[in-house]
Design a protein around this ligand. Sequence first.
Ligand code: 13P
Ligand code: SF4
Length: 304
Amino acid sequence: MPCHNEELKQKIKTLKARKNAVLLVHNYQRPEIQDVADHLGDSLGLSINATKTDADVIVFCGVDFMAESAKILNPSKIVVHPNAAAVCPMAAMVSAEDVRELLSTHPKAEAVAYVNTSADVKAEVDICCTSANAVKVVASLAAPEVIFVPDVNLGLYVKRFVSDKEFHFSSGYCHVHQGIMRSELEILKKAHPDAEILVHPECIPEVIDFANFVFSTEGMARHVKTSEASEFIVGTEKELCYRLENENPGKIFHRVDSALCPAMKQITLEDVLHSLESLTPRIELDHGIIEKAKRPLQRMIDLA
Ligand code: 13P
Ligand code: SF4
């Protein structure tokens, strides 16, 4: 329904200006949501943008933990998450209690939470990381041991670069990246032998081993602009390819067909318009949790 979509996009634009709102949009959102973004990016870029905005209202089009991070970093602003069903299953794979238990078993360790966690978990850890800065974050720690939650694949990827530390993991994973198989990439590579293979660090180790490059979604967007290659096999959620195609006319991007995140597809243009009209659903967090969770997030941002 392109016409209907254009009408909705125009209404969103008008209302956004009237409410002094900013639209932060993750790279895995539906194409029509990407089209209305003020900032389109990965979880690190969007967190940084959230600290810099002078808008009164942040409309966060991504999954729950991303909108929560925006609220933690901007407690005095209204943060709306247009569809409360956009929930990342990985973030539910570790609890604050799990982190407390790991810390009491490994008292010499510092705890790192991937941003794909609840605010309660962030409140228990020393520092956060995203897929873009995980190696830098872990390497910056003084402790000889690291508790890394919840993504084991990302943790194992970081461990390749920080071999002097002992790692303790919980047991989380992203079902979208866990489902990308080396055999699928092999088939794509056979069909497109000149294509570079880019994968996300949430992929399983044997997929990481097969790739030419491992990047966060924003890292992929940066890389393809300057790469000599004209074809790419994109080993992450496939909607990123919409942005890559828009920004790189003439370059070809091969999606992994199975790589679709249903949580990221919950938000529609109608939801965004409704959120701007009603300023709901809002992210509301306990003040004490915000205070505690802000420290590790800010520590990560300060490292950038
Ligand atoms: P990025 O930080 O690379 O955008 O990834 C976020 C995410 O949810 C990956 O599945
Ligand atoms: Fe969560 Fe994976 Fe979806 Fe990212 S792609 S939001 S980690 S389920």
